[in-house]
Design a protein around this ligand. Structure first.
Ligand code: ADP
Ligand code: MG
Length: 397
């Protein structure tokens, strides 16, 4: 069918034509926004799940809800070995800009901008590398506020000030943090401490984090009360009904239908993983000649869908691994770490490779840092990428 009218959207962070299966989270977040703006106590939120399940897209949708309510919003994408201070300053600055022009007291706005600047200027030189943003130059940095160098204290002051500014307008500030698992344990502890403090003050500030499946564990080990601090949402593959909705609704807008056995086959091949749902949907559409889409179309398109996933989804990640890390992952795959989420023990891997467990730590740590593998429980590892074991096993055969 006409590729120009193809509605599907495979790709990291690509907004799907139909955000299927997330109605509950969206509805819940409306309540959160409403409550926070009214100064009622409300928990911040953490989304966790494997790669390609739709965390970034959901995070963006939640941000969109805040924007619709005229909140100030900002987003950061955490990176390993990089302090969050400057990215947070940048995001908070963006959020304040969203609301500042509606504020009646320009002096207050300038004062808050000065606090953001003071906060930003405490960034160490090595943490500024690669970030083009610099703090506002048109205001002087305030002294003695958000500039102690202690991230937790500084965050509390920064967030209460911006929260108050937004509160003057009856709205709030939303901070959205993607790849949150890449934040160091120290900084995660500081963020938890700050979120705890500002929520006790009922400041209209909401932090929403998204990250890999071990993010809740990382938060809990950073601060013991993290479990009560956030509302945890596991983002997962779609049940059949929702995957079907993700294919049918966008197609219906183009006057296209699907045979029931085409949907059966699509679901079987994709397992309902959102990235695969979009990838297969896209290829199948291009292969099909007319509506309704048939199982034969799905079958014909499948090798191309797999080939595209092998390059765009699996390959891009696999390429980043060193030879030793690849051996490690191959062994994980052979031991059955698939479908993703199924953990294998590091002891099994060592035995299988005929090595001492300690000698494999660099490979394991490297893979965790590269976000290919995660460890939610001591002594175990699992793939962050669904169907990755299957992909690896197909590599050498
Ligand atoms: N709820 C959903 N329904 C349909 N497709 C989705 C849904 N969530 C995500 N997708 C699609 O899945 C792919 C991966 O989404 P993304 O948010 O980048 O995942 P993650 O951040 O978890 O790795 C994108 O192509 C996106 O369009
Ligand atoms: Mg993402």
């Amino acid at each position: 069918m006409d590729p120009v009218r193809n509605p599907y959207a495979p790709g990291a962070g690509q907004r799907p034509p139909e955000l299927a299966g997330r109605d509950k989270e969206l509805a819940q977040f409306e309540v959160t926004l409403e409550r926070a703006a009214a100064g009622r106590p409300e928990r911040s939120m953490v989304l966790s799940g494997l790669r390609g399940v739709g965390k970034t897209v959901l995070l963006n949708a939640l941000r969109g809800q805040a924007v619709n309510r005229a909140w100030g919003t900002g987003k950061i994408e955490a990176r390993p070995d990089r302090s969050v201070r400057l990215p947070v300053a940048q995001a908070v600055h963006a959020a304040v800009r969203d609301v500042a022009h509606r504020h009646r007291d320009p002096d207050r706005v300038d004062q808050v901008a000065g606090v953001i600047k003071a906060f930003a200027l405490r960034t160490k030189l090595e943490d500024r590398k690669g970030i083009g943003w610099t703090p506002p130059t048109d205001v002087p940095a305030t002294r003695g506020r958000a500039d102690s160098g202690d991230l937790e204290l500084d965050l509390v002051q920064l967030l209460s000030d911006v929260g108050e500014l937004a509160g003057d307008l009856g709205v709030g500030i939303g901070l959205f943090v993607d790849e949150m698992q890449d934040i160091t344990a120290r900084e995660l502890a500081a963020i938890c401490g700050a979120v705890h403090e500002i929520s006790q003050r009922s400041a209209p500030v909401v932090v929403v984090g998204a990250g890999l499946p071990h993010l809740p564990v990382a938060l809990a080990s950073a601060k013991s009360y993290a479990e009560r601090l956030f509302r945890y949402v596991v983002v997962d593959r779609l049940p059949r009904e929702m995957a079907v909705r993700a294919w049918l609704r966008p197609a219906a807008e183009e006057g296209v239908a699907y045979d029931e056995d085409a949907l059966d086959l699509l679901y079987e091949l994709t397992d309902g993983y959102p990235y695969f749902v979009q990838a297969y949907g896209k290829v199948t559409w291009d292969v099909a000649v007319a509506s309704p889409v048939r199982a034969a179309d799905v079958r014909e398109g499948a090798p191309e869908a797999e080939a595209e996933l092998a390059v765009g989804f699996f390959g891009a990640r696999y390429e980043r691994a060193t030879p030793a890390e690849r051996d490690y992952m191959r062994t994980m795959a052979d031991l059955g770490a698939d479908p993703a989420g199924d953990a294998v023990t590091t002891a099994e891997i060592a035995t299988s490779l005929g090595r001492r467990p300690q000698s494999l730590s660099p490979a394991r740590d490297g893979l965790i840092k590269k976000g290919l593998v995660y460890s939610a429980e001591r002594g175990t590892v699992a793939f962050t990428v669904p169907h990755f074991g299957r992909f690896l096993r197909a590599q050498t055969t």
